[in-house]
Design a binder for this molecule. Structure first.
Ligand SMILES: [Zn+2]
Length: 420
């Protein structure tokens, strides 16, 4: 995971770029996925795929040669999809071509707007406020040499694990030049998840969609059949994982679907301190496509609260918290465990089970909660409720419920509804 992040972190991953396409290609190769190609300038749903962008050089200098901003030092110095410009500009003319952020005075902020425009019309540099405030010279030299055209394709990757049952989708974006947790770390985490899933014997189907934000979701949805769409029961969009801040999730637009309940259950039982927010309230992103008009797939966002260096070069490799990435690995595998194991148990006995006879006795004085859960689980098992329903009804953790019923199945005291 670390090598994938290191290799791609400082590349100029604008929406349609060799850098984003390279990341998509590498992930598709690791997971044996396929690539959907969308031509820059073409229409996908109601969106137009942005221009292909490649920067050859971009330097802002004082007349004495001192370099103020250099794309080769960090891709964020140049605005996404900046147009070509070479020449000498006055201080006042330069003003409208500079982005800076006083709230993070040493950081290079991310100027992304033109990445969403059909045609770029401006050039510009992002610089730290502490550099900006000392721009007292009368004139500056600008040298920007880029390729900006509709001649190339944007890549969207789709990888799969399993082939039956219901389908759940997972998405993360490959764009955002020179940034770590806004996109890249989430892609790297899903690579690890799907490597694990592809080794498992699965009941359901899981799809991983990776490409530039918004446009990859549009490209994926644009080509799915009605039949495929019908099978998709829920989606997850991952963003900002790895900042080491408080874990958070945003509910789907519907707010109370099976995927919402499963995510909340896992957070309640496995995460000490977390934040639950409404639809698109951590940071709005691709879920607006998946969970948007017509498709309306209930999609939960998994992430963290916004970090201080959000959308700047402070979102870098050194600041990645790998522990929070592995915490999310466990959260997602716990969510998938529920999808994979949620069956409907049917009791094969009447009356309270003689627990000690079957070696599953729990002393109420030693573990009151577990004792009460076992009692309630047996009473509430009606041949209709699933393990997950029973976990919600009793307040027990799904793992506890699954473990209890597995013991009863082993002793032939419970059977599983084959329909499920
Ligand atoms: Zn972003």
């Amino acid at each position: 995971m670390k090598s994938l992040i290191k290799k791609h972190i400082n590349t100029n991953r604008t929406p349609v770029s060799d850098a984003s396409n390279d990341l998509v290609s590498e992930v598709a190769e690791i997971l044996n996925g396929k690539i959907i190609k969308s031509r820059s300038g073409s229409e996908v749903l109601t969106w137009i795929i942005p221009e292909y962008f490649k920067c050859h050089k971009a330097v802002l200098k004082r007349l004495n040669g001192d370099v103020i901003a250099d794309f080769n030092k960090h891709p964020l110095y140049l605005w996404t999809n900046s147009i070509n410009f070479k020449g000498r500009v006055s201080r006042s003319e330069l003003e409208s071509h500079i982005m800076t952020d006083k709230t993070m005075p040493d950081a290079v902020p991310y100027h992304y707007k033109q990445g969403f425009h059909i045609k770029s019309s401006n050039w510009g540099f992002s610089i730290p406020y502490n550099v900006y405030k000392n721009l007292n010279d009368e004139e500056y030299d600008v040298d920007i040499e880029v390729e900006l055209n509709n001649d190339k394709d944007m890549f969207t990757g789709v990888a799969e694990a399993g082939s039956g049952g219901d389908t759940y989708i997972f998405a993360a974006h490959t764009c955002h030049p020179g940034q770590a947790t806004d996109g890249l770390t989430n892609v790297a985490l899903l690579v690890e998840i799907f490597k694990t899933l592809q080794k498992m014997d699965l009941k359901n189907t899981y799809k991983f969609i990776f490409g530039p934000e918004y446009y990859a979701a549009a490209a994926f949805l644009n080509q799915i059949s009605g039949e495929e769409l019908k099978k998709i029961k829920g989606g997850f969009f991952l963003d900002l994982i790895g900042g080491g801040l408080q874990p958070a999730f945003s509910t789907s637009f519907q707010g109370n679907t099976f995927v919402d309940k499963v995510v909340e259950h896992v957070f309640t039982h496995k995460v000490n301190d977390y934040e639950k927010r409404g639809y698109r309230e951590i940071v709005g992103n691709d879920e607006m496509f998946y969970n948007g008009p017509y498709y309306n797939i209930p999609t939960v966002t998994l992430g963290e609260i916004l970090p201080k260096g959000y959308h700047s070069n402070d979102d870098n490799y050194e600041n990645i918290n790998f522990e929070s990435i592995s915490q999310y690995y466990n959260i997602i595998m716990d969510v998938i465990k529920i999808f994979e194991n949620n069956s409907v148990p049917i009791l094969k006995y009447k009356g309270p089970l003689c627990l000690s006879r079957y070696n599953i006795f729990i002393d109420i004085r030693e573990n009151r909660n577990a004792y009460r859960h076992i009692e309630a689980l047996q009473i509430l098992t009606d041949g209709k409720k699933s393990y997950f329903d029973l976990a919600l009804d009793t307040g027990a953790d799904f793992d506890f419920v699954l473990d209890f019923y597995n013991k009863l199945i082993e002793k032939k005291l419970v059977s599983i509804d084959k329909k499920d």
